[in-house]
Each structure stands twice: as C-alpha cells, then as structure tokens.
Design a protein around this ligand. Structure first.
Ligand code: CA
Length: 377
C-alpha cells in the first residue's frame, strides 16, 4: 500500500469509528460544512468599486473608547479600514452622540444608522427571546455559547428572530463569566437577600426578583452614588476589569462569584438593507474582522480580569461565594422564569429549547473534561 492509499484507508476507518459513536439523528441535524447557512434575504453579489469610499455609520451603547467594549469596536474599525485598503470606513458614534445608548436597535431597524454594537438582552422588551441570545443564568459559558452560535444553530435562530426587525446580527464579543455583584452587607443565607434593592438587569434580574430581591435599573453613572447613599443595597456590573473602575469596592465591599451571566454575548448588528448594499468583498472583510473582534474581546476580558482581581484583593475586597440556599433558590427561580416566558412567547420557547439541548450535551462533555481538569488543577 502506498502512502496515499494508506492515509485514505485510515481516515475512512477513523471516520467510521467516529460516526458509529454518534446519535444518527443528531449527526445529520448539523452539517458543519454549511454553518452558518446562507440567509435567503442576504445578498452577496455586488463587487467593490475601488474608486468609491464606503462609509458605515455605527452607533454603540458605550461611551467613547470605553474599556474593552468601546476600544474593541475601535480596533474593529481600524482593522476594516486596513484590510479594505481604506475603501471601507466604519464611522463610530459612541452612546448619545447620534442616538441614545439604548435606542440603537430601533435606529438601525429603521435605517437611521447602518449598524450598532451593543448587547441582545437590552431588547428583551421587544421580544423576551432576545435576552436568551446574551445567555442565561446557570447556562452556557463564553466558549459554549460561541459553540452554540456557530455550530449548534444559535446564529441561525438569532438571525431569524432579528430579520423580523430588519436586522442582521454578528457575534461582537463576550464579557466572559460575570461576577455576582457587590453587596454592602454579607449574604449568609437566602434570608439576607430578601428585600434587598439591587441593580441587576436581564433574565438575571427576573430570577433575583423571584428570590425576593427588588431588581432596579439605573444608568451606569448613578450606581455608585446610589450604593453610597443607601438607595440600593447591591449591584452587579461585569467582572473585576470593569468593576474596579466603578469603585464599588469602596462602598459595597462584599464581592460574590456569579452565575447569572456566565458568558454574555455582545453584538455587531446591521440594518439588512445597509448590509445588502455592501460589496461582497466588504461583507467578507466585516465577517473576518468581526470574528476577530469577537475572540479578541473575549480574551481581553479574561486577561484584564485576572490582573484586576489581584488588585481588588490588595484593596481588601471580601471575596465570597453565595451560600447553597441562594444557589438552590436561583436554580428553582430560573425554571419558573423560563416556564412562564415559554408559555407566553413561542419564540422564547423555540430558542430556549435549542440552548437547553446544547447545554445538556455540553455539560456531559465538560464534566468529563474541563470541569474535571479545573477541579484538579
Ligand atoms: Ca452584568
């Protein structure tokens, strides 16, 4: 047998061994060579006109050059300019410059801007299913949610849901696991949570609400003074890298590990007509640069969190874990929230079903691999 024949034979044996271990229906459900599938409403047939500079107006929900999220978008725009040879310019409008921070979805939907960078859970008032694309409490980690998005059908579901709003989303970063928040007093049992006024948005807020907490939404600039004056008793934010800049440790020193946002997705979303107007080369450049932004931002959060945690510990922050009865109540509350939303909204039920399937399978794999390793390391 020559080398070529040997390789062909062994790869066929290898492939059949791998296939025999799979559930046939699951295996057929996902054709990885065609992921993500091409959307019928997206056109990719226009060629670039090198003599014409194209400008994309992109609004964000962040202040100008905001750490990691804002600077990540800055780097994305610079990359697009570079690889397009200057023929494509992403013009960034930080929050409230062109449109208010939380009006970017509507502005892009109406075609007033071409694109935005933000987070899907801000739009749950339009459709509760949107909050699921950011992730769920006790749900998928950053790595797992990216795997669901790219290879588990998540991105198709997201694009299907956003198409109803004339929008076309891309993965635009991930905060990684977020911390459980800053508390003015220690939490020794579930009773200590009851009646607390806490700044916490999204599905996490709904879960905390069922546990007896009063979730409150506050603009970022008002959180610190609200904690200091006792208007609120606790707040979650993101993780060490961004939390340390907010100074919460000075007024609420009890810092808890989190489970309410295990891998929150950030989005780069286009108005569909603006996307379709782009030359196919420009579309490819954005696909490549946004994929880079997605991974860069995820790793930057991780790298900056590890140093910021060290700094917070030197500032005598009281790092702790929620007691078991809080975790038990959180898991129970999550089931109630999911059941209620699923019965009210078919879109929510459909997206949740897809996430749950990926989560259940992922848990089996991660329990014997990553979780085992992290516990032993
Ligand atoms: Ca958060």
């Amino acid at each position: 047998m020559n080398r070529r024949n040997f390789l062909t034979t062994t790869s066929i044996i290898g492939a059949s061994l791998a296939i025999s271990g799979c559930n046939e229906t699951d295996r057929q459900a996902i054709d990885y060579t065609k992921h993500p599938k091409k959307d019928s409403f997206v056109k990719k047939d226009v060629n670039v006109n090198k003599n014409k500079k194209v400008i994309i107006n992109l609004a964000t929900s962040w202040p100008a050059h905001f750490a990691i999220m804002g600077t990540g978008v800055d780097k994305f725009a610079a990359r697009v300019k570079d690889i397009s040879g200057g023929s494509l310019k992403i013009k960034i409008y930080p929050k409230n410059v062109l449109v208010p921070a939380l009006a970017v979805f509507d502005a892009a939907s109406a075609g007033q801007i071409d694109a935005f960078h933000s987070g899907p859970y801000y739009w749950k008032g339009k459709n509760s299913a949107f909050s699921l694309f950011s992730g769920i409490p006790f749900g998928l980690t950053a790595e797992e949610i990216n795997s669901w998005m790219l290879y588990g059908g998540g991105l198709e579901l997201w694009r299907e849901q956003y198409a109803k709003y004339n929008l076309y989303p891309f993965l635009g970063g991930n905060t990684n696991i977020q911390m459980g928040g800053w508390f003015t007093n220690p939490i020794n049992s579930l009773d200590d949570m009851k009646g607390l006024k806490m700044r916490i948005p999204g599905l996490g807020g709904e879960v905390f609400s069922k546990m007896g907490v009063n979730p409150i939404l506050l603009p970022a600039g008002e959180i610190y003074t609200s904690l200091e004056r006792g208007v609120i008793d606790a707040t979650e934010w993101v993780g060490p890298a961004l939390d340390i800049k907010m100074g919460f440790y000075k007024v609420a020193p009890y810092y808890y590990s989190g489970w309410h946002e295990p891998g929150s997705i950030l989005e780069l979303t286009f108005n569909i007509q603006s996307w379709n107007k782009l030359a196919s080369e420009h579309q490819s450049m954005i696909e490549v640069a946004s994929s880079e932004m997605n991974s860069n931002m995820t790793y930057e959060f991780h790298a900056k969190n590890i140093y910021a945690l060290q700094e917070l510990q030197s500032l005598n922050v009281k790092l702790s874990r929620f007691p078991q009865d809080v975790l038990d109540a959180g898991k129970k509350a999550l089931i109630e929230v999911v059941d209620e939303e699923s019965s009210k909204n078919d879109n929510f039920a459909k997206v949740y079903k897809s996430i749950k399937k990926h989560l259940d399978l992922s848990k089996q794999w991660d329990d014997v691999s990553l979780k085992y390793f992290l516990n032993e390391r």
